[in-house]
Design a protein around this ligand. Structure first.
Ligand SMILES: [Zn+2]
Length: 184
């Protein structure tokens, strides 16, 4: 029996299971539902963060165009061509002086204007990154909920205030129950 040439995937699925064990072989009946875009993009941030050499914290950032394609990715680390010796990451003072945060790494990697784009990052942006995000014209930030205790609290406070003043929407998505909270 020839494969159906019209209809969506699930229509094909329904026809296929009458004539072929392919559905069972590929496990399509167990296929989970497609993740919502924001959740998918934050998961991509988590994956991107795995490239960081920082043993203390791995942060990943993804910038999406309005058409949902990826404009740039970035993670926290030293600039290109700079010595990446693990010992420098262990030296906290040296690390702080040399590190580019994930958001700025993504912004600097992008080769186009970012006006109206959405920036995803798996940790609330610090005030310095927030300033850069605003300055580039990025209109929306999506991140996980901010921890309630951290040495970054003051920085996050300024970041939130600036995002609000500049009309940048910030959406917090819980990675537990996928609740969305809009902050501005
Ligand atoms: Zn930052």
């Amino acid at each position: 029996m020839p494969l159906p040439t019209t209809g969506g995937h699930w229509q094909q699925h329904a026809l296929w299971e009458q004539c072929s064990p392919a559905c069972v072989i590929f496990g399509w009946e167990q296929m989970p539902p497609r993740p919502e875009l924001d959740i998918w993009a934050l998961g991509l941030c988590d994956t991107t963060a795995q490239r960081s050499r920082d043993p203390e914290r791995q942060v990943g950032c993804v910038i999406l165009r309005p058409d949902k394609t990826v404009a740039a990715t970035g993670y926290n680390g030293f600039p290109r061509r700079v010595c990446d010796d693990p010992g420098l990451y262990e030296d906290r003072d040296a690390k702080l002086h040399r590190t580019i945060h994930a958001e700025l790494a993504a912004i600097l990697t992008a080769r186009e204007c970012l006006e109206g784009y959405t920036l995803y990052v798996n940790r609330m942006p610090c005030s310095h990154c927030a300033a850069c995000i605003i300055q580039k014209g990025i209109s929306r930030v999506v991140t996980y909920p901010t921890p309630t205790t951290s040495r970054w609290l003051q920085s996050w406070q300024h970041a939130r205030a600036m995002f609000s003043e500049a009309n940048v929407t910030v959406d917090y998505i819980s990675n537990q129950d996928d609740n969305i909270t809009n902050s501005s």
